[in-house]
Design a protein around this ligand. Structure first.
Ligand code: SF4
Length: 466
């Protein structure tokens, strides 16, 4: 079926790469007139994305972010051309592990799906439909299935090896990547997370991680070089330091952090941590937030409510969710994927560095919560910590339809959060990556009613600016 419909170079990565190439032609500082000239020639879905990201308050950081994401895509093609190896990884695998090796490059399935949804006309639906047409179950996770569906068409950029890092945290994610590996005959390396979080379980996890690194060394035919490790992890440490500065900036009322920065944070974390690009993007976000803080800028007359999203957000209409919220005084303090809690890695020796990366992998979003000995307890602890730290008035759970892990704990987390923090949680339906499940107008209506009828805060006056 699909081979008849999707021709060579009509895969998601190839198309997203070509579309994003226009970013290179944009000036770093674009005026409204220049933006207007570009926007009106873009196809509908991309036009909406660009309008959201190029709102004046975030334009400079967005252009930097997209240029560096384009570099990330280019890096994958360049690596292939130069005889290196491209690793397909899930979002919860720290990409710096791949950057530790010369001639190796990570591409991240969930980020690629999201880029497809952002950039392509028709978003990611044709790849999802292709996978469903093969008989894959519709309770698969669209976050990765859109990209995996594209690779399955055989008309897209092909990774050389797959790392599956979801054994123990997300069954559907691990099976999807395993299916892809078996079906396309791509080598599969995996990292299992024991649910035992005692010291014994942690040491076991480290052993699994060290074994994976050995397998990567064998696959690539090279041993890790200590100087390169120090350089990559030094850059990861710099980005982590900026992450915590950025985290603290959320604590002010009104919040000086634009809503869309939530997505840019983990977009960066899941692709470029361990490179100068990640440091540059994080620094640009911190600088923008500091300027907004000094000037008291906020896009609405009042900050009416501060929401923490407990797992994912919706990605098929950036203006309809993130920008609409802040223009109506509803701050998005981040979601579950922002809970990366990065730690400084000790750069003393190969052993300290490897243990540091292993611990980082253990603490990545989803692995940390859904791979815990009690999913709901760890998830609740993290959300409680974040909502208290960031002074949230409410939480919103986006009920991504296929996510059995989070659905199984969502109502427990909601009622316990109410008891602990006295803040309500709105539970929404829909799919983060597929717009035909629930229209954005329905979600806006639900959020609006929840804020007006349930959250009811005093509101913080602001100085309204773009
Ligand atoms: S935990 Fe949910 S959102 Fe995360 S990969 Fe699994 S199904 Fe997808």
């Amino acid at each position: 079926m699909g081979k008849m419909e999707i021709r060579k170079r009509e895969g998601l990565i190839d198309r997203a790469f070509e579309t994003f190439s226009i970013i290179d032609y944009l000036p770093d500082d674009m005026t409204d007139d220049e933006l207007e000239g570009i926007i009106h020639v873009l196809p509908g879905d991309l036009k909406k994305t660009m309008q959201a990201f190029l709102a004046p308050r975030i334009r400079k950081t967005s252009i930097l972010f997209f240029k560096r994401m384009n570099e990330w895509l280019k890096g994958a093609y360049r690596t292939k051309q130069e005889g290196g190896k491209v690793f397909l990884v899930p979002f919860n695998f720290p990409p710096e592990t791949v950057y530790l090796f010369e001639g190796a490059w990570p591409v991240t399935s969930e980020v690629l799906s999201t880029l497809g949804v952002l950039a392509l006309e028709g978003q990611g639906e044709r790849y999802w439909d292709y996978a469903m047409g093969l008989g894959l179950p519709d309770f698969a996770c669209s976050a990765n299935m859109i990209e995996v569906g594209s690779v399955l068409t055989e008309a897209d950029f092909m990774p050389d090896v797959i790392i599956s890092d979801c054994f123990g945290s997300c069954d559907i994610n691990s099976k999807t990547h395993e299916f892809l590996a078996r079906c396309m005959d791509i080598p599969l390396l995996y990292l299992e997370k024991p649910v035992d979080n005692s010291q014994r379980g942690i040491e076991q996890y480290y052993r699994y991680f060290f074994k994976l690194v050995e397998e990567m060394e064998d696959f690539l035919g090279q041993k890790l070089d200590e100087d390169r490790m120090r350089e990559v992890l030094g850059l990861a440490n710099q980005a982590s330091e900026l992450y915590w500065e950025y985290w603290d900036l959320h604590k002010f009322r009104p919040c000086p952090v634009p809503n869309l920065f939530s997505l840019m944070t983990y977009g960066t974390r899941f692709t470029k941590w361990g490179t100068q690009d990640a440091v540059d993007i994080m620094r640009s976000m911190v600088d923008t937030c500091k300027k907004r803080l000094e000037r008291g800028e906020y896009p609405a007359e009042q900050e009416v409510a501060r929401s923490l999203w407990t797992y994912t957000s919706y990605y098929y209409d950036m203006a309809g969710l993130f920008n609409w919220m802040e223009e109506n005084g509803i701050t998005h303090l981040g979601d579950g994927l922002d809970l990366v809690f990065p730690m400084a890695i000790d750069l003393t020796s190969r052993e300290t560095m490897l243990r540091g990366v292993a611990e980082t992998a253990r603490n990545m979003p989803m692995t940390r919560q859904m791979g815990a000995d009690s999913m709901s307890v760890q998830w609740l602890d993290d959300i409680t910590f974040a909502s208290r730290e960031l002074d949230a008035d409410c939480c919103i759970y986006c009920g991504h339809h296929s996510c059995k892990q989070t659905w199984s704990g969502a109502s427990v987390v909601r009622s316990e959060l109410m008891k602990r923090e006295k803040i309500p949680t709105l539970i929404l339906q829909g799919d983060s990556w597929i717009k035909r499940m629930t229209p954005i107008s329905v979600l806006q209506e639900s959020i609006d009613e929840f804020v007006k009828n349930v959250v009811r805060t005093e509101g913080t006056p602001t100085r309204k600016v773009g």
